[in-house]
Structure formats: structure tokens, C-alpha cells
Design a protein around this ligand. Structure first.
Ligand code: CU
Length: 342
């Protein structure tokens, strides 16, 4: 009896110390909470931390108590007592954890229901991951953006997908994470609560520049968001080549193709148009409009000598319109000083 009270005291002391420490530092372990959903996630995580702190104390408490109190006395070579089992104890350590786990399952399912519930006036944003770029489309306004702009306080459903490999959309301040899987659309609902600029990162290792797959997430006041939408909807100024430059940026082409002659993951676009291109199968082809289009839509077909077949996302056809393709060709052509009539 003396030992039981003793060990309970040790466990209680360690648990209490861990709880006090956690209570003081929990908020510093994680970044700012910037969405309604993040409060549910943190509450659940916080509750689990407290249970885990107790489990930690349970193990460490018994261990420390045994090390110090049941230490072998000098000269004592006798065996310890033999226990075959303890039915009461075994029932307890089955039933109590079962109860705790079930409690968390019920609370967790409730929260999950809350944070995934659709609303009637949701803003829809299509999020497309590709190596190594995020692209954001707003079907309600017909606009596309390389940054995710969101109005504060508005529930938004992000329809997340990919055109090449699996990526994962993760903004730590929103706490939620969702895989971007080619051929599938996964919804993620977010209601931003704090104006500010955050960063979406890719949480699924997806190739060479995975760790640089970042995009800004700007949470703005409703009127600032509306002003941004109006500015985007305004007719584009400048010519086709300028529009092409924007599309190249939006779709992450420039992460692999330079316009200054240097080689990144793919060949440079400087002086490409109108030139002869050496292909991996030994043939050559003139980089005309048809070749450029085919290179974008079917990157596996005409592979440039010395480059990787799988490096270029295979499904740009899913996100680029006919107009986008023409603008891209015009842009690439504008980067050529070569006169194709020579
Ligand atoms: Cu990725």
C-alpha cells in the first residue's frame, strides 16, 4: 500500500509538471491560428497532448520509482517475487484506454463533420498542383492566379487536384492538409479568420524542386478581395506574347524553362522558336508552332536530346485552353532573335 501511494504521488507530480509546461508552451509550438478549422484541430491536439503527458508520466513514474525504491541491496542475491497475472489490472488497462480512444473517436468525428460541412454560398477555388507549381482558378469570376487570395470570414472550398504526380496542399496556419492526386478532385474547406500572408507548401515529396513548391496565400478583407477580383477581370493589356508570359508564370513553366539561355530542368526558351532541335531519337525538327504545341501537350513524344522524359508534367492539356496555347507559342516566339525566313 505504501508503494502504491508512493508511485501515484510520483506520477501525479510528473503529470502536473508536464501539464503546466504544456499549458504555457502549447501555443508556441505551432504557428498562428488563421482559420476557423484550426481551432478544432488545435483543441483536439491539445487534449491529446494532455493524455499523452499522463501516459508519459505513467511509464516514467513507475520506472523512476522502481529504480530508486526497489534497488538491490548490497549482498542481496535472492530472486524477486513471482507473479502469474493480475486480472483486475488487465481488465483495467484494457477498458480504460478503450474508453479514452472511443471518446477521442466520437469527439474527432464530430469535429470532422463540422469542418467538412458545405455551406450554400461557398467560394470555389480550383487548386492545381504540378511539378513544382500551384495554380489557383476562380470559376465564379473566370480568373486564374499564381497566388491564393481569400476573403476573410468567407467559407471557401478548395477543389484540389494535380496534373502530374501526387502533391499535398498544406498551409500550417490553416492546420489542414489535403492530397492533390492526378485524376481526382479532393475538397478542402477553409474559413480564414486572420488577414495576412501565409505560404502554401507541398507536403508530399514530388521530385527535385519539391521543397521549393511554395505559393503565397493572401487573406484579405472582403472589399480588398473584391477590388483584386475587379482588377483581374479587367481586359488584359498588351499583346498575345505578354499574355503568354503570364500563362507561363501561372503554370510554373518558368520553374523548368529559363528565358535567358540557362538550362534549369528543361531546355531554355531563348532562341528556341525557328531553330532546329536535336531530339533524343537522333532526328531533328524545326521548332515551329506545331512542334511547340506538341511539346506542351504530349511532352513524352518528341524528347529533346539530353533531357529527362518524365520531367515535364504530362497533362497540361487539362488546364490550358486553345487561347492559352497560342499565347504561349507567341511568347516563346517573341524570345527568338532568329529570323525564321532566313
Ligand atoms: Cu509537390
Amino acid at each position: 500500500m505504501k508503494h502504491i501511494l508512493g508511485v501515484i504521488a510520483v506520477i501525479a507530480a510528473i503529470t502536473l509538471a508536464a501539464w503546466v509546461w504544456l499549458g504555457r508552451s502549447f501555443d508556441q509550438l505551432l504557428p498562428l491560428r488563421a482559420s476557423e478549422e484550426s481551432f478544432f484541430v488545435d483543441r483536439l491536439l491539445g487534449m491529446q497532448f494532455y493524455v499523452i503527458a499522463f501516459l508519459f508520466a505513467l511509464i516514467i513514474g513507475f520506472m523512476l520509482y522502481s529504480i530508486f525504491v526497489f534497488r538491490r541491496k548490497p549482498g542481496d542475491d535472492s530472486d524477486g517475487d513471482y507473479f502469474h497475472g493480475n486480472t483486475t489490472l488487465e481488465i483495467m488497462w484494457t477498458v480504460v484506454p478503450l474508453g479514452v480512444v472511443l471518446y477521442f473517436a466520437v469527439v474527432g468525428a464530430g469535429y470532422l463533420g463540422d469542418i467538412t460541412a458545405p455551406e450554400s454560398n461557398e467560394l470555389v477555388v480550383q487548386v492545381t498542383g504540378s511539378q513544382w507549381n500551384w495554380r489557383f482558378d476562380y470559376p465564379r469570376f473566370g480568373i486564374s492566379s499564381p497566388e491564393l487570395n481569400l476573403p476573410k470570414g468567407q467559407q471557401t472550398v478548395l477543389e484540389i487536384s494535380s496534373i502530374d504526380v501526387i502533391h499535398s496542399f498544406w498551409v500550417p496556419e490553416f492546420r489542414l492538409k489535403q492530397d492533390a492526386v492526378p485524376g481526382m478532385v479532393h475538397p478542402l474547406r477553409i474559413t480564414p479568420t486572420e488577414v495576412g500572408t501565409y505560404v502554401v507548401r507541398c507536403a508530399e515529396i514530388c521530385g527535385k524542386d519539391h521543397s521549393y513548391m511554395l505559393a503565397n496565400v493572401n487573406v484579405m478583407e472582403q472589399n480588398a478581395f473584391e477590388a483584386w477580383v475587379r482588377a483581374q477581370v479587367a481586359p488584359p493589356s498588351g499583346g498575345l506574347a505578354e499574355a503568354g508570359a503570364k500563362i507561363a508564370k501561372l503554370n510554373g513553366c518558368l520553374g523548368c524553362h529559363s528565358v535567358d539561355g540557362s538550362t534549369i530542368t528543361g531546355p531554355t526558351w531563348l532562341d528556341l522558336f525557328g531553330e532546329e532541335v536535336q531530339l533524343a531519337d537522333g532526328s531533328t525538327v524545326v521548332a515551329d508552332e506545331a512542334y511547340i504545341m506538341n511539346s506542351i501537350l504530349n511532352p513524352g513524344e518528341q524528347i529533346v536530346a539530353g533531357f529527362d522524359t518524365v520531367a515535364m508534367p504530362a497533362n497540361f492539356g487539362a488546364v490550358l485552353s486553345e487561347d492559352d496555347l497560342e499565347a504561349l507559342v507567341a511568347y516563346i516566339a517573341s524570345l527568338s532573335t532568329h529570323d525564321s525566313t532566313e
